[in-house]
Design a binder for this molecule. Structure first.
Ligand code: AHG
Ligand code: MN
Ligand code: MN
Length: 341
């Protein structure tokens, strides 16, 4: 925690957002409806954290017995978290529509509620394979502005990541934390489990430019493209190899948890495209995984590319579009991107 933050005392998420709302001089003024949106999402994440914490006692573990549009089997918590986010956000008047990993198409705000100016996208439960083994999981969200006019459709969501009004994630781990960017840096809030409020615990998140840590699922090595194999071989070669230093490896298989470690102490995260499903450009989804994480990482001084270009510049063609992802400490992301050139 920074000295300046400690000196300001205990700052709740609400106070943090209200102070931003008043911050007109900085050109950073937060619209009240965006403040409401963030507060509602944060409240929903608190509720998801509560469900996650019940585990076997609440009957929330295991398969839901259904599949999503991605062809993945849904876990009970994928479905529960999706429902919590929909119910929390549909009536407040701040949104025009929502979209989710767990829904085939967009969810327009029902006609009997007022319609707002924002679009919300989410990965309700990230790292589903870790739910039943009690390893950190999370929720990822992205906020876009909606063009005025008729009922929002999938097309309204197809905006480049650089147009995001806000992005964030919650991580459900030993601590429950909310990480948020509104385009003016990255703030971290920790859930006070006694008062049930989000308290600011870091507002100066910076990803070190250099790192000695990488994250990739090594079991896919035989399916990678040449630039990725070359780069990872160089990482593994360590001090006597071309990079001249030893690297450590971590792979949690929850993007939220891997990105959170990188925000905290640096590192490079890679989920490249590979030959397993050649028609798909990677595993992770652009609109509700790569874009929000790319926005957060850039706001913390890191970089995010698909190997060829900045993630946030990609013009999406489809709601559930996939993308290769390289993100984290700037100098390593620049290196792997250059290897693709
Ligand atoms: P989700 O649980 O939302 O489908 O996302 C899982 C993603 C991501 O969180 C993680 O980085 C990656 O899948 C792990 O994939 P592997 O199991 O292929 O390592
Ligand atoms: Mn995910
Ligand atoms: Mn998910």
């Amino acid at each position: 925690m920074s000295d300046t933050l400690a000196a300001r005392g205990r700052i709740s998420l609400t106070r943090y957002l209200i102070e931003l709302e008043r911050d007109a001089d900085e050109g950073a003024a937060l619209p009240p409806s965006l403040r409401l949106l963030i507060e509602v999402v944060a409240r929903a994440c608190k509720q998801i954290a509560h469900e996650v914490g019940k585990g076997a006692l609440g009957g929330v573990l295991g398969e839901a017995g259904t599949g999503n549009i991605q062809g993945e089997a849904q876990k009970k918590l994928d479905v529960i978290a999706n429902e919590i986010l929909l119910e929390a956000n549909e009536w407040g008047g701040h949104l025009a529509a929502m979209a989710s990993e767990e829904m085939a198409t967009v969810f327009p705000i029902p006609g009997h509620y007022p319609r707002g100016e924002y679009l919300l996208l989410f990965d309700p439960l990230d790292g589903s394979s870790n739910i039943d083994v009690n390893v950190s999981i999370g929720t990822i969200f992205s906020v876009l502005r909606c063009a005025e006019g008729s009922r929002p459709s999938e097309n309204d969501f197809l905006q480049a990541g650089k147009l995001q009004a806000a992005a964030g994630y919650a991580v459900y781990g030993p601590q429950t934390q909310l990480v948020l960017t509104l385009g003016h840096g990255v703030a971290v809030f920790t859930l006070d489990r006694e008062t049930h409020s989000w308290i600011l615990t870091d507002d100066q998140v910076r990803i070190p430019e250099d790192t000695k840590e990488f994250a990739i699922n090594m079991s896919n090595r035989r399916h990678w493209e040449a630039p990725v194999t070359r780069y990872v071989d160089e990482l593994l070669a360590g001090r006597t190899g071309p990079l001249g230093k030893d690297f450590n490896m971590r792979w949690i298989a929850s993007m939220v948890a891997d990105v959170h470690r990188i925000l905290t102490r640096g590192g490079v995260f890679m989920y490249p495209r590979d030959a397993r499903e050649p028609e798909k450009p990677g595993k992770l989804r652009l609109l509700y995984e790569a874009n929000p994480m790319g926005f957060i990482v850039e706001q913390a001084g890191g970089a995010a590319t698909d190997g060829a270009m900045r993630i946030l510049d990609i013009e999406p063609a489809k709601l559930h579009q996939r993308v290769a992802v390289f993100l984290g400490s700037k100098n390593e992301v620049d290196r792997i991107t250059a290897y693709h050139a």
